[in-house]
Design a protein around this ligand. Structure first.
Ligand SMILES: C[S@@+](CC[C@H](N)C(=O)[O-])C[C@H]1O[C@@H](n2cnc3c(N)ncnc32)[C@H](O)[C@@H]1O
Length: 240
């Protein structure tokens, strides 16, 4: 790529206007301070590179498939710290070889003021909310897989800790049947988890979030929901 670029600027007589400082994997290279990034990014690294650019040294883990153009976790997480302006669609036919999806040109500007939120907790919360992004939040938090994690967290909470922790996990890829099951308690520890589930669903109900889908909520609404959980002593963290 750099060789092609060098050749092209020489042919155009503008070689004095280009200095290549870094020729490395953009996901691994340490970037110098910058004011502006202009990039035509490969679909395969788009999510991870945008995360790296907007969150700097603490890029969140992305688990999105390349080409996933709909509203998703990346958009929510980027919108927390940056304003995204859509400019135009670029047809896939403009590229050689022709990819499977169209591309978009967007401008991402860092926000002057970032909401006062613990980023690690925010990412874990968003990951939990979007683990089945087309489901209602009520259905998501009733899932057996989520509830098993909640059950374990609840036991930790009953050992004198003041907060209940909800763990999110990389389960978006796993569309297995057991994932679809609702939690139904059968042991003492699970009965404890069951009351925790009621507490959780109670928060969703009181904020009118139970029937809402995460992809339809604004960042302000999601921040409000996280604050409501926190007020009830429920916190989120990511074990993956
Ligand atoms: C969509 S092409 C754009 C090429 C060129 N910049 C242009 O605008 O015509 C994306 C380019 O990113 C490069 N690329 C892919 N993954 C990369 C990575 N991890 N680090 C740096 N470059 C990468 C690809 O080799 C490819 O040349």
């Amino acid at each position: 790529m750099v060789e092609v670029l060098q050749k092209r600027v020489v042919e155009s007589g503008v070689q004095d206007r280009l200095t290549v400082i870094i020729n490395k994997d953009a996901l691994k290279a340490e970037f110098p301070p910058f004011d502006l990034v202009v990039a035509n990014i490969s679909h395969g690294i788009a999510s991870a590179l945008v995360a790296k650019l907007v969150y700097g040294a603490r890029p969140f883990h992305c688990w999105l498939k390349p080409g996933d153009s709909e509203f998703n976790c990346l958009a929510v997480n980027v919108n927390l710290v940056a304003d995204v302006e859509f400019v135009m669609v670029v047809s896939k036919r403009e590229f050689v070889p022709c990819p499977k999806v169209d591309s978009s040109v967007v401008i991402i500007r860092p926000k002057a003021e970032v909401p006062n939120v613990i980023l690690d907790e925010w990412w874990a919360f968003i990951k939990a909310c979007f683990c089945k992004k087309n489901r209602t939040l009520g259905a998501t938090f009733k899932q057996k897989k989520v509830m098993e994690l909640l059950g374990m967290s609840n036991l930790a909470g009953s050992n004198g800790e003041s907060k209940d922790y909800i763990s999110s996990s990389d389960n978006d890829e796993d569309e297995g049947k057991s994932d679809e099951e609702e939690f139904s308690p059968s042991s003492c520890s699970e009965i404890g988890a069951s009351s925790f589930k009621e507490k959780l669903i109670g928060v969703l109900k009181s904020g009118n979030f139970e029937d809402k889908r995460p992809s339809k909520l604004s960042n302000e609404e999601l921040l409000h929901l996280l604050a409501m959980f926190n007020q009830e002593g429920i916190c989120f963290h990511d074990h993956s």
